[in-house]
Write a protein that binds this ligand. Structure first.
Ligand code: MN
Length: 240
């Protein structure tokens, strides 16, 4: 299964971060005048899971992880790339036959889905859970009052998302504080400056095969697989 995926850059695999999603090769070439000419749009690619499909059991089953990563996440990657192709086609054909508004909507939905899933996988790890340390712990304490208050708030935000979406811990650089947010689908209710640090996928595809309609039990289980080192690393990066 792994072999069928497109090759990824070493840096992208190492960082496994949403900000290294675009594979840069073939994006442009140098013409005879030394000017860079646009050749084709940069494309997104599906990152590997940083652990095995069954690594998060018993909290998240192998079946869910396999379908979620290989089918659902891939669909967002393909959808985002299809939107890029349409935009390229529109520019070439003076927007004849391309619905720009619909394409921008597709790009927003699929790219946001790709980015959030790319954060979601390394946000988790086998043997995770517990409490954060370092700068993250200090900031959670100062912005939420306590870890317990933060946990209750993010759990509640995740459990009460209307329809499909995400519960998010974000860093808001505008006010230099941590906030929780809800995101419907992948992209609604988002603010433009927020940096997602910890994301909890509450689309039914994230839990239904194991938890049926009990989203609440799934969100409670999620706390047992959180990779706090990854969340802390994202905070450090966001604050620079
Ligand atoms: Mn998902």
């Amino acid at each position: 299964m792994l072999d069928s995926r497109p090759p990824r850059g070493e840096e992208e695999q190492r960082l496994y971060a949403p900000f290294s999603l675009a594979s840069m090769e073939s994006a442009s070439q140098i013409n005879t005048t030394g000017m860079k000419v646009f050749q084709m749009p940069k494309k997104y690619s599906l990152p590997d899971l940083p652990y095995k499909y069954d690594a998060l059991e018993p909290y998240i089953s192998k079946e869910i992880m396999t379908l979620h990563h290989d089918k659902h996440h891939l669909a967002y990657v393909n959808g985002a790339n299809a939107a890029l192709d349409k935009l390229e086609m529109g520019r070439k054909n003076n927007w004849q036959g391309v619905d720009l508004k619909a394409t921008e909507r597709d790009l927003s939905f699929n790219l946001a889905g790709h980015v959030l899933h790319s954060i979601f996988w390394p946000n988790m790890k086998p043997g995770g859970g517990g409490k954060p340390g370092g700068k993250l712990a200090d900031m959670i304490n100062s912005d939420f009052g306590s870890f317990e208050a933060f946990k209750a708030q993010l759990s509640s935000a995740s459990k009460s998302v209307e329809g499909s979406g995400w519960g998010l811990l974000i860093y808001d650089p505008t006010s230099d504080q941590l906030l929780t947010m809800q995101s419907e689908k992948h992209n609604l209710l988002a603010t433009q400056t927020s940096v997602p640090l910890l994301v909890c996928d509450v689309w039914e595809h994230a839990y239904y095969l194991q938890y049926k309609n009990d989203r609440s039990a799934y969100v409670d289980a999620f706390w047992n697989v959180i990779n706090w080192e990854d969340v802390d690393r994202r905070l450090t990066k966001a604050k620079i």
